[in-house]
Each structure stands twice: as structure tokens, then as C-alpha cells.
Design a protein around this ligand. Structure first.
Ligand SMILES: *[C@@H]1O[C@H](CO)[C@@H](O)[C@H](O)[C@H]1NC(C)=O
Ligand SMILES: *[C@@H]1O[C@H](CO)[C@@H](O)[C@H](O)[C@H]1NC(C)=O
Ligand SMILES: *[C@@H]1O[C@H](CO)[C@@H](O)[C@H](O)[C@H]1NC(C)=O
Ligand SMILES: *[C@@H]1O[C@H](CO)[C@@H](O)[C@H](O)[C@H]1NC(C)=O
Ligand SMILES: *[C@@H]1O[C@H](CO)[C@@H](O)[C@H](O)[C@H]1NC(C)=O
Ligand SMILES: *[C@@H]1O[C@H](CO)[C@@H](O)[C@H](O)[C@H]1NC(C)=O
Ligand SMILES: *[C@@H]1O[C@H](CO)[C@@H](O)[C@H](O)[C@H]1NC(C)=O
Ligand SMILES: *[C@@H]1O[C@H](CO)[C@@H](O)[C@H](O)[C@H]1NC(C)=O
Ligand SMILES: *[C@@H]1O[C@H](CO)[C@@H](O)[C@H](O)[C@H]1NC(C)=O
Ligand SMILES: *[C@@H]1O[C@H](CO)[C@@H](O)[C@H](O)[C@H]1NC(C)=O
Length: 568
């Protein structure tokens, strides 16, 4: 009897001890960085929000199109305000363009300028802290020499994914979040969108907690089973911060991904997206690179999380949905099947509308795409969601990212232009611009050569129209060359690493000699269709409704340096 009791007591003690040890060793903690004394109680909710964009030089919208603060100026402005500490997380560090790239693309020098501003923080006595999924970047090495502290997050060990988060927190008072990464292309050749939020320590504090989580994972190869209380979210979708954005009442919170990086109370990006979609009454506008409801690790599965929400919004709530995506080198052909499927849901239904368009990057002489729309946002009649991830199953499952939601209460009293309306105007500017093209039914657009080859062979086997004229001359039928991974973690699942502007090892000579014609991928598509696809498709539409002819001042061609893959 007695020994049994003893046993129980000892067992209990051992259990307690084990739990204690587990707690001590697995909690990710933040150390004494409360110097500025901003706390939940006295943080500022009196914020101002400024949209920042990078519009590549060769994209011009009509005169009356809205325009916003250039991204580079916005980031400089944040650095100018910094007094104590700048915290940055970026999927990529590639600010120093090569001389070759700069010679082609004058705007590439902005990357170098930003790099030297970051180096200059040392002299201002401002601390620079960087969490990075890259261990091997010359830019980071330079910054380390200038007193930056860099913590490495080994995402391949933690989630088999990538660190795609992209935001800045300055003095826990101001922040930036958006699509751009610390890549010269984000300041030059890509169309990016983000927000700067000033004087907003309540939200900045919460975003700082996301940063601190990455910071605490320095070289860890496991995810702690307990997160420190200091990483718990202050606000979430059920308890958003009530704040003033430019003197107008609003609600806001920060979300993050993946699920295993979410301490208590934080809403995941998917939860944020689903709330924003569910609360939309009239419209949902989505601007992203890729839309693909698939999850592929060892096998491919249908990933319904977002697709299902859109179906519900379309058919049950009659919310109008517009999807602006890119047709580019890495577009998965199944994308179109999923979009057609969404669209056919609306057949014979009144007030059900799904429209999809491409924001068409201009095809360069070397076949790569520049001026790609790198935006990642959604705007509805009530809210915006601005995130770091593309809408692809793998992104949300494996990659780290952060998101930001601002919404309006049901009735805003007074009529100030709000950030939601500003973003809606941005979307509409892009949507109606001459760079977009409608995704047509039953016609797979040709976005990349991989797809052309595949399509030609598949279709050819169905249709008896003799030999297929594959155009050797214009399409280079080599498989796209594998890219040099500057990242150490090469173990990413396939679908997570398709964000690359397609900087191909270029045929410099032929370009220099001007022999290679500028291609319009859409024209190619027509030929293919007419020549060897079934006749049923041919009658459908006149393809030249919008001559998508890129203004051909095409000397803008930029990078031919091999780019790291993965995160952008
Ligand atoms: C906020 O409160 C803390 C103590 O709770 C104090 O140390 C700090 O100075 C306050 N900060 C501001 C900006 O008022
Ligand atoms: C917010 O700022 C405005 C002026 O910019 C001021 O009138 C107002 O009192 C401030 N509100 C709070 C809660 O500090
Ligand atoms: C912009 O200008 C074009 C042509 O000048 C006009 O058709 C369009 O309605 C204008 N859009 C706005 C929002 O004013
Ligand atoms: C950027 O790269 C060029 C060579 O491509 C090099 O000469 C220059 O020193 C680099 N800049 C910095 C700040 O490292
Ligand atoms: C970092 O990259 C350089 C080339 O860019 C390579 O020579 C070096 O071995 C790499 N270092 C590590 C630790 O991977
Ligand atoms: C990251 O984790 C992987 C898998 O655990 C390991 O092979 C690799 O060496 C780690 N990288 C670094 C730089 O520690
Ligand atoms: C932020 O607050 C400071 C001091 O309260 C003020 O001087 C500054 O203009 C504000 N900035 C913005 C962008 O509202
Ligand atoms: C469609 O929308 C219009 C205007 O919003 C409305 O009058 C009409 O009743 C709606 N029809 C259906 C079937 O919901
Ligand atoms: C509109 O904004 C101005 C300052 O930008 C502010 O003074 C005013 O109170 C705002 N009006 C409403 C109704 O929010
Ligand atoms: C908020 O105010 C700032 C300057 O105070 C301005 O630049 C920005 O456009 C305003 N944002 C909105 C959404 O009105």
C-alpha cells in the first residue's frame, strides 16, 4: 500500500519535473527589449496609413489613375524616423544589383541606395535587427559588418518551407508590410504594393511580436511546444484593435502563417482571409500572382480553404468577385481549370459574377517576364487584407508570412476617403488598365514554354491534324534552367518555390545584336490554337480585342544574373 503511494508521489514528481524541463527548454523568449516602455496600456491608436507602390518605369497608367508614394521613398522615410531599432524580415536579400543589371535598368540603383541607408543606421546609433531564412547573402554580410544583428531561421528544418514574411518594424511605433522584399527588383522592375503605418505603436507592438518569434528561432531545428507569453497576440479577428486611421474609426489586426508558428490568440492568415471574405457584402477584389487551390507535398490534393469561401460568396451571397492574377513563366496550367470551374458555378444564376483577368507582364526578348504584378492583397467593400503569401495551398501550409487587416465598422460616420477606398481605386486602376486581359473560357492561355510543349503534345494526340508545327525558332524548348539557390534550404516542396520573375540565364549576345524579336505570348497562343487545336474553340472569340502590345521601349530588360529561387 505504502510503496504504491510512494510510487504515485514519485511518478507525480517526475512528471512535474519533466514538464518543467520541457517548459524551460522549449519556450521561445524575448529578452529585455522593453526599453522604450511602450506597453499594451499606453500604446498609440492614433495612426496614419499611407499606401506605397513600386510601379516599374515602363508601366504607365492613364493620367487620372491614382498614384501613391513610391516604395523607396516610403522606406527611406521610415528609416529617417528611426531612433532606436529597426527590425526587418525579408524573404530575400538581394539589394545590390550587378553592374550588368544596373546598366540595363537604371532604377536598379535604388536597391544599392537602400542598402547604403541601412548601413548608415550604425552612425545614427540605430540598431538593425534582421531575421532571415537566408544564411548566405553578401548583403547580409555587409550589414553584419555595419553592426546589424542577423538571426537565421532554418525554415527547412522547422516547416520544410520558406520564410516569406516581409515587413519592417521601426521603434515599435511605425511599420511597413507588403509584397516587396529586400530585392532591387522590388524597387525597380516589379509592381509592388504595401502600406506604411505611422504612429501606431499598438499594431507595431503586435507585429514586433511576430518578428520576435522569428528572432527567437535563431538556428533552432525544432518548433517549441510552448510559446512564451510575450509572443501572444494582442489583437485578432475576434478582438481587433479599435483605432483611428487618419482620423477615421477602423478595426485592425495582424495575422500570420503557418499554423505551427501561431502562439495563443493570433489569427492565422487563412482565418483573416476567411473573415474578410465572409464579411464582404458587395464585392471582393483579389490581386495576386498565383491562384491555385492545390496542396502538393508527396501527393497533390485539392486545397479548398479559399476556393470554398469564394464559392460560398459567389453563389450564396451573390458577392461579385474579381480575380487579377498573372500569366507568367511559373503559372500552373491547372490554374485555369479552377478559375473556369469557379466561373461556371455562376451559370444561369442572376447576380453571380466571377471575372478573372491577367495582369500581363511584358515578355522580354529573352522570354522572361518583367513588370510582373507582385501585389498580394484583397479588398472588399468593407476591408482590406494585405499579405505576404500567394494564394496557393503550399504557401499557407509551409511558408511563414504575415498579414494585415483593416476594416471599417458597419457604418462610418462622415465621408473621408479611407484606406479601403484607396486600395479599391488601385485595384480598379489595374483592372481597367491596358495591361490586363480577360481569362477566356475553354482556352488555356500559354504562359510559359513548359506549358506549350505539354499542351502541344497532349492536344496533338487527340486531334488528327497531322504533325504539330512546334516553333523551334521562337520558343526555346529547353527546360527552364534550374536556378542557383543562394538559399541553403533546398528542401522546399515544389510548389512553394515558384516565385521568381523569371530571370533566365540570358542570351546576351543575341540581345545585344537585336536579333531576337519581342514576343507577345498571346499572339503565340492564337497561332497554336488555330493551327492545332480543335475547331470548336476557334470560333469562340476574336482574340485581338485588346492589343496587348507592350510599349516597345524594351531596353528595360534587366537581370540576367541567376536569381535565387524561392521567396520573393
Ligand atoms: C507606458 O507605461 C510604462 C509603464 O507601464 C512607462 O514606463 C512608459 O514610459 C509609458 N510609455 C509612454 C509612451 O507613455
Ligand atoms: C489623435 O490625433 C488627433 C490630432 O492628430 C488628436 O486631435 C486626437 O486627440 C488624437 N487622439 C488620441 C486618442 O490621441
Ligand atoms: C480617366 O480618363 C479616361 C479617359 O480620359 C476616362 O474614360 C475615365 O472615365 C477616367 N476615369 C476616372 C476615374 O476619372
Ligand atoms: C555591389 O556589387 C558591386 C559589383 O557587382 C560591387 O562592386 C559593390 O562593391 C557592391 N556594393 C556593395 C555595397 O557591396
Ligand atoms: C555562399 O555563396 C557563395 C557563392 O555565392 C559560395 O561560394 C559559398 O560557398 C556559400 N557559402 C555557404 C556557407 O553556403
Ligand atoms: C537547417 O536544417 C537542416 C535540416 O535539419 C540542416 O540539414 C541544415 O544544416 C540546417 N542549416 C543550417 C545552416 O543550420
Ligand atoms: C506622428 O506623431 C508625431 C508626434 O505626435 C507627429 O509629429 C507626426 O506628424 C505624426 N506622423 C504622422 C505621419 O501622422
Ligand atoms: C440582383 O440584384 C439587383 C440589384 O442589386 C436586385 O434588384 C435583384 O433583385 C437581384 N436579383 C436576385 C435574383 O437576387
Ligand atoms: C476627416 O479627416 C480629417 C483630417 O484628415 C479629420 O479632421 C476629420 O475629423 C475627418 N472626418 C471624419 C468624419 O472622420
Ligand atoms: C493619411 O494621412 C497621410 C498624411 O497624414 C496621407 O499621406 C495619407 O494619404 C492618408 N491616408 C489616407 C488613407 O487617407
Amino acid at each position: 500500500m505504502k510503496s504504491q503511494q510512494k510510487c504515485i508521489v514519485i511518478f507525480a514528481l517526475v512528471c512535474c519535473f519533466a514538464v518543467l524541463v520541457a517548459l524551460i527548454f522549449s519556450a521561445v523568449d524575448i529578452w529585455g527589449d522593453d526599453a522604450d516602455g511602450i506597453t499594451e496600456e499606453n500604446c498609440s491608436k492614433n495612426c496614419s496609413v499611407v499606401l506605397v507602390e513600386n510601379i516599374p518605369e515602363d508601366i504607365t497608367f492613364l493620367e487620372n489613375g491614382t498614384s501613391h508614394l513610391p516604395l523607396s521613398l516610403g522606406l527611406y522615410n521610415l528609416l529617417d524616423r528611426a531612433v532606436r531599432v529597426v527590425e526587418i524580415v525579408s524573404p530575400l536579400w538581394l539589394l545590390n544589383s550587378s553592374d550588368y543589371e544596373s546598366s540595363f535598368q537604371p532604377a536598379a540603383s535604388q536597391g544599392r541606395a537602400l542598402l547604403s541607408r541601412l548601413q548608415g543606421l550604425k552612425n545614427k546609433g540605430v540598431q538593425l535587427k534582421i531575421s532571415s531564412g537566408m544564411i548566405n547573402s553578401t548583403e547580409l554580410d555587409i550589414l553584419i559588418k555595419h553592426n546589424a544583428e542577423v538571426h537565421y531561421v532554418n525554415m527547412s528544418a522547422l516547416t520544410k518551407g520558406n520564410l516569406h514574411s516581409s515587413f519592417w518594424v521601426v521603434d515599435r511605433t511605425h511599420f511597413y508590410i507588403g509584397s516587396a522584399s529586400m530585392d532591387w527588383r522590388s524597387l525597380a522592375t516589379r509592381k509592388e504594393l504595401g502600406v506604411l503605418v505611422y504612429n501606431c505603436s499598438c499594431l507595431a507592438l503586435d507585429l514586433h511580436k511576430v518578428f520576435s518569434l522569428y528572432w527567437g528561432l535563431h538556428y533552432k531545428d525544432f518548433i517549441p511546444s510552448f510559446w512564451s507569453k510575450r509572443l501572444f497576440a494582442l489583437f485578432n479577428r475576434d478582438r481587433p484593435l479599435e483605432l483611428e486611421v487618419n482620423s477615421t474609426n477602423a478595426l485592425a489586426y495582424i495575422s500570420s502563417s503557418p499554423d505551427v508558428f501561431i502562439p495563443k490568440d493570433r489569427s492565422s492568415d487563412l482565418e483573416a482571409i476567411s473573415r474578410v471574405i465572409q464579411e464582404a457584402r458587395h464585392f471582393i477584389y483579389i490581386s495576386i500572382i498565383d491562384y491555385l487551390p492545390l496542396l502538393s507535398s508527396s501527393t497533390q490534393r485539392y486545397w479548398s480553404r479559399i476556393d470554398g469561401l469564394l464559392r460560398e460568396a459567389l453563389i450564396l451571397k451573390k458577392v461579385r468577385v474579381r480575380l487579377l492574377i498573372s500569366c507568367w513563366e511559373k503559372t500552373q496550367p491547372l490554374t485555369f481549370n479552377f478559375i473556369w470551374s469557379l466561373r461556371s458555378l455562376c451559370m444561369e444564376q442572376s447576380n453571380c459574377s466571377l471575372e478573372a483577368k491577367f495582369f500581363n507582364p511584358r515578355v522580354q526578348r529573352d522570354g522572361s517576364h518583367h513588370g510582373i504584378n507582385h501585389n498580394r492583397f484583397m479588398v472588399t467593400d468593407r476591408a482590406i487584407y494585405l499579405g505576404n503569401l500567394d494564394w496557393v495551398g503550399n504557401e499557407f501550409t509551409f511558408n511563414a508570412g504575415a498579414g494585415f487587416v483593416i476594416s471599417h465598422p458597419e457604418s462610418i460616420e462622415g465621408r473621408n476617403i479611407t484606406v479601403v477606398e484607396q486600395l479599391q481605386a488601385v485595384f480598379e486602376r489595374d483592372w481597367f488598365s491596358r495591361y490586363t486581359r480577360t481569362v477566356q473560357s475553354n482556352k488555356i492561355p500559354v504562359c510559359n514554354e513548359h506549358q506549350i510543349n505539354k499542351m502541344v503534345t497532349v492536344k496533338a494526340s487527340h486531334i488528327d491534324t497531322g504533325p504539330v508545327p512546334v516553333r523551334k525558332g521562337q520558343y526555346d524548348n529547353r527546360p527552364a534552367p534550374l536556378r542557383n539557390h543562394r538559399k541553403v534550404d533546398g528542401v522546399t516542396p515544389d510548389k512553394t518555390k515558384h516565385h521568381d520573375d523569371g530571370h533566365r540565364q540570358g542570351s546576351h549576345q543575341s540581345i545585344a545584336n537585336g536579333h531576337v524579336p519581342v514576343m507577345d505570348s498571346y499572339q503565340e497562343r492564337d497561332h497554336i490554337k488555330i493551327n492545332h487545336l480543335d475547331d470548336r474553340l476557334v470560333q469562340v472569340k476574336d482574340d485581338h480585342d485588346t492589343p496587348m502590345d507592350p510599349p516597345s521601349h524594351s531596353a528595360e530588360s534587366s537581370g540576367f544574373r541567376e536569381m535565387p529561387n524561392g521567396a520573393l
